[in-house]
Design a protein around this ligand. Structure first.
Ligand SMILES: [Fe+2]
Length: 294
């Protein structure tokens, strides 16, 4: 219950699902308590058939929800391989063919869960005014734009620079309400170690694997009189390849950054199945994030 003094919006942030979602998750969120759900993408695994089981379940949600596509969403296995494996990079453009159709099918399968990218939404969850700025879809991290051919066709984005310009224009479109950024991969500038919040853990050389366009957009907003509450993303799983743990959240320059990618998000804890999400609490005064296993 909200009154003027304690008015708060409760936003559920669901990290990379990677098929770990079922009707029990739907039942939990449909029981109430959340004003908005944000999915940071990677609903699917490596095959689209199993991904569609997740979509069929997600469309039963009765809470307003939006999802940014990850690098596992709308791509087939060969395309994903071509984006990831350097020797196969030359096939990236070829395998991008059909992505428009695949994304349309994803969009349709999700029902009322809005598939969002390069967009800005003005919302008032629980009466709290909020601009949600959504970043680049299908991000794979690092310096290269994944699915470039598709980004050109669908969004007119052909480079990191044009992506920066698009995100800044979305910030310009925001009104005076605070901003929350939703992205698949997090921004660069938050650490260059393998276990940094968006650091690279799959190469010998440790480096920052965040998205530069997102970093530039957040900085642009933050230094132009906007109030940036938080940036929520995933992609770089919290448990690194060497078994270390990234921070789940951190704060820099007054912005809260949340990496929600707890994978797998279904786990047995003391014999009972638990499900992960992050609860963001937004008030007129600020924001906080709390990890929950329910
Ligand atoms: Fe991902």
């Amino acid at each position: 219950m909200n009154d003027g003094a304690t008015q708060a919006a409760t936003i559920g942030v669901v990290g990379d699902v990677h098929l770990f979602w079922d009707d029990e998750d739907v039942a939990f969120f449909n029981r109430g308590g959340y004003d908005l759900l944000l999915f940071v993408g990677d609903l699917s695994g490596y095959t689209r058939v199993r991904g569609h089981r997740v979509m069929r379940s997600l469309r039963k949600l009765r809470v307003p929800a939006m999802c940014i596509p990850g690098n596992h969403d709308g791509l087939h296995a060969l395309q994903l391989g071509a984006e990831i494996v350097p020797r196969a990079h030359r096939f990236r453009d070829v395998f991008c063919r059909g992505q428009t159709r695949r994304c349309a099918s994803l969009h349709k399968a999700l029902g009322d869960v809005e598939l969002v990218a390069y967009s800005r939404r003005r919302l008032t969850p629980a009466g709290i005014p909020l601009n949600v700025v959504v970043g680049r879809p299908h991000s794979i991290g690092g310096r290269r734009l994944a699915c470039l051919r598709y980004l050109v066709k669908a969004y007119g984005i052909d480079s990191m620079e044009s992506s920066i310009a698009r995100l800044k224009s979305l910030v310009d479109a925001c009104d005076e309400a605070p901003i929350l950024f939703l992205a698949h991969n997090g921004p660069s500038g938050l650490g260059d170690r393998a276990d940094s919040i968006w650091g690279c853990d799959f190469r010998r050389k440790e480096e920052d694997w965040g998205d530069r366009d997102l970093e530039e957009a957040v900085r642009y907003a933050n230094t132009n009189g906007r109030k940036v509450l938080a940036t929520v993303a995933g992609h770089m799983h919290r448990k690194t390849k060497s078994g270390r743990r990234r921070p789940a959240q951190m704060e820099k320059d007054g912005v809260l950054y949340v990496n929600a990618a707890e994978v797998p998000r279904h786990r047995k804890v003391n014999g009972a199945k638990r499900r992960h999400h992050v609860r963001l609490t937004v008030t007129a005064g600020g924001v906080s994030a709390e990890d929950l296993w329910v």
